[in-house]
Structures are given as C-alpha cells and as structure tokens.
Design a protein around this ligand. Structure first.
Ligand SMILES: C[S@@+](CC[C@H](N)C(=O)[O-])C[C@H]1O[C@@H](n2cnc3c(N)ncnc32)[C@H](O)[C@@H]1O
Length: 280
C-alpha cells in the first residue's frame, strides 16, 4: 500500500533542486544527435495543480518554486527549467507545476523515447492521461526496481535514468544502492540521477560509503541544505547522485546549486556542495 502522494509536496525546494539539475542533465544527453531513452522510475502524475486542496495543505511550493519562478537574477543555466514552469503558467499566476516527466518531455526529439514508471494506481492513471496520445512515451504501472531490470540496458545504449524515490519505506537507501549496483552491472555507460533526502549524519555516511564500495565510478554528489535541523521530521536538505554526468556538468552545477541554496533557505544559512563522491 503506497500512502505517499507527491502532490502534497509538489514544487517544494526539493522539486526545484531536482528538476533544475534534471534539465541540465537532459540538455547534456541531447547534445549528440543519436537518440536516447529517458527512464523515470518514480514518475508521479506529471503535472501538479498547486490550487488542489492537498497541495494547499502545507503549501510547500511557497518555499520552493514560488520563490524562484520569476527571478531575474537566476544563472542562465536555469532558464530552461524556469521557462518550463512559466510556460505552464502563461498568465503570471503560479498554478501548475511540471513533474519530471513533463520536464523531460520538453527535451525529447523525434526519435527519443521515454519510459515512465509509477506504482500507485491512481497516480499512474493520471500520468497515463497526460501522455495519452504520445507514441514515444510508455507509461507503466510497475515497481521501480523491477523496471530497472526490465528496461536496462536500452537498445539505444544512450540515456538517463531518474530514480526519485518517495523514501516512504525503511531501508530505502539500501534498496537504492542495491538497485543501482545491479542496473550499473547491466548498463555501465548509462547516466543515472538518484535523488535523496538528507537524513541523520549516520545513515548519510553509510549511504556514501556504500556507494564508494559499490565499484561504480564517476559519481558526482550534489547537495543543498535550506533549514537548520530541528525536532520536526522536516528534512534540512536534499541531494542527488549523478553517475556518468555529462561533460562539464560538475562545473555548471556549482552556480545553480549555490543560487538555489540562497534563494530557498528557510532557516540558518543555505548551503550547497558539489563533489566527486567517486572519481573516474
Ligand atoms: C517523489 S515522487 C516522484 C516525483 C516525480 N519524479 C517528479 O519529479 O515529478 C515519488 C513517486 O514514486 C511512486 N512510488 C513509490 N514507490 C514506488 C515504487 N516502488 N515503484 C514505482 N513508483 C513508486 C510514488 O507513488 C510517487 O508518485
């Protein structure tokens, strides 16, 4: 039984961070003419109505996309992401927020393909409706980790896999490390982006050490923190691991995460970090 519904969190700081980086990764894979596949293992519903009562419950987007969508001082690398939000809200009022599938859709060229995987039946149905007439978009009701086995390696041998778990089960970090190792064994040249929440220091150290021991090379780690740790369950920040990032992505990610950490900070000082968890 899946209780997590992303609409409660849509457009929050974590979405902004993840989607801003996602656009840079996608523009990196689109540089070469050869077709690629985008596999989204935890796809959600594709498009979020921020006026929906569930999105209104905690109004998390107010400390996220609402702070940045019309910023004039954003680094130029962020423009494609901000443009995709503006395009959904042409009248100047923020109502719609694009999920990862819709963001990825804007990069697709004629022969590229997307596979969108979602395990929640209701969310799956909504996602399927968004991409109903799209021949090159496959929407699957399936477990993320099964999907990694079913779809990798892709026939194109080029592409990006986004693993964006809702972390609503215990030991999700362990599950992700195992799945990433298996996926990488099947397809070592693929690009993988794995989003994660920043939890207590001990599990974060274990996660980093497990990746370092995994045998996977070329792993870039990007993180932001936007609030001080307190007694609430609210995470102070989040991160993304990128395996086989595009050329120069490490350099261009710096100004993006630095700017976001400053814009999205809620308490304390916003911090950002980009480093090679495992070099080449
Ligand atoms: C963080 S949300 C995804 C948001 C989406 N990637 C985006 O950026 O717009 C995580 C999604 O994963 C789904 N989910 C949870 N466990 C899953 C699993 N084992 N396999 C596939 N989907 C799962 C949830 O229903 C939820 O919609």
């Amino acid at each position: 039984m899946l209780s997590y519904r992303h609409i409660f969190h849509a457009g929050n700081f974590a979405d902004v961070f993840k989607h801003a980086l996602l656009t840079r990764l996608l523009s990196g894979v689109s540089v070469k003419e050869k077709p690629y596949v985008y596999l989204d293992t935890h796809a959600g519903i594709g498009r979020y109505d921020l006026t929906h009562p569930w999105a209104q419950k905690a109004r998390e987007y107010e400390n996220g996309i609402a702070r940045v969508w019309r910023a004039k001082d954003a680094p130029p690398e962020l423009e494609p992401y901000l443009d995709s939000v503006r395009a959904l809200n042409p009248h100047g009022t923020l109502r719609w927020y694009p999920g990862s599938p819709l963001i990825a859709r804007q990069f697709m060229r004629g022969d590229d393909r997307m596979v969108l995987v979602e395990l929640n039946k209701v969310d799956y149905a909504e996602l399927k409706a968004v991409f109903e007439h799209e021949r090159r978009v496959a929407v699957q009701l399936m477990d993320a980790y099964q999907a990694l086995k079913a779809y990798l390696p892709p026939p194109e041998r080029r592409g990006l896999v986004l693993v964006d778990s809702s972390f609503d089960r215990t030991r999700e970090f362990d599950r992700i490390v195992k799945a990433l190792k298996e996926a990488h064994a099947r397809w070592s040249t693929g690009m993988y982006a794995v989003w994660y929440p920043i939890m207590e220091p001990a599990p974060m150290r274990d996660f980093a050490a497990d990746i370092q021991r995994s045998g996977i090379r070329k792993v870039l780690r990007l993180e932001i923190t936007v609030r001080e740790r307190d007694e609430t369950a609210i995470i102070p920040g989040c991160g993304m691991l990128v395996v086989n990032p595009p050329w120069r992505f490490d350099k261009e990610a710096h100004p993006i995460v630095e700017w976001l950490a400053k814009k999205l900070v809620v308490s304390g000082e916003g911090h950002s970090q980009v480093d090679w968890l495992v070099p080449e």
